[in-house]
Design a binder for this molecule. Sequence first.
Ligand code: NAD
Length: 334
Amino acid sequence: PRLGETSPHLRRPRRPNGLSVLVTGAAGFVGTHCSLALKKRGDGVLGLDNFNSYYDVSLKRSRQSLLNRHRVFIVEADINDAQLLAKLFDIAPFSHVLHLAAQAGVRYALQNPLSYIQSNIAGFVSLLETCKSVNPQPSIVWASSSSVYGLNWKTPFSEDDTTDQPASLYAATKKSGEEIAHSYNHIYGLSLTALRFFTVYGPWGRPDMAYYFFTKDILNGKGITVYKTSDGEEVARDFTFIDDVVKGCLGALDTAEKSTGSGGGRGAKKRVVKMPSNGDVPFTHANVSLAYRDFGYKPTTDLGTGLKKFVKWYVGYYGVQSRAKRGSDQSAEE
Ligand code: NAD
């Protein structure tokens, strides 16, 4: 709907003591899943997204259609638009903001460095400025990233590890975000919880991520490229299935005021090559004990099970897409 048409039921929770949540980046991978989960448990949800073209916009539109079918709506806007944000809070005094809008990805900074500054720093400040000025102030849960651990080689990564060596501009903007968040908490008493996600994967996932293009290449009978470090070790990431991230986000929203936490088929022909220094870090491994203590975060989906769910979605989604191109009127399902 257009902004003026945003109807009150969008923000009002259907369950007693439910939250009313503004989800930024709602047409994104994590935003779509979290918005659906909030709606399903009876919280009020309104999405916001600028539908930028960092990756396939039609995938974002398909996620939007899915949300619309569940009566979750997205205002098409940029978080830098402070006037619009103020107007949204006027219409709907959100109790919580789940802030997921960001310029994601590490390598894109080589082409478009300013997009990271615009969304992850300027946009974040614009959102915080709005949140600090409204009454009552919402509690904010937002996505930082495991990339803040940068060139730290001590695993598992824990909240009190150093974050002073970011390996990419993306990581630098997420770390800056954490410092900016700290200052808004300190000066204005804003409640802010940063979650350091570790490589999230699953249905409706992002086309710029390795599991996505591995799946695509394998299904097309092509080989895949696997990176190794200069010591010859294979690059190993700690993957988190989307449902676990959703549980973590909802848990953090529910306890937002009191805590600051963080996260935790066919055979492939693989080609192992030396990892280029493009800003990616070769190893990640989360220590999730603080997140468990603060909001009961306990990931349950192992990589094999999660990847099967992703591949099932991938085959269904792109199968549906090609049938749609041939003229039948079908749309993507969950
Ligand atoms: P995504 O790119 O799918 O979603 C982000 C959404 O935000 C997109 O739909 C985009 O259009 C929107 N957006 C970007 N800039 C905006 C702006 N200025 N105003 C309004 N909307 C804007 O990414 P995702 O994987 O869903 O990630 C969600 C959050 O989690 C991001 O903050 C990302 O940095 C963080 N994160 C993700 C992962 C992961 O593995 N997916 C890992 C660590 C951190």
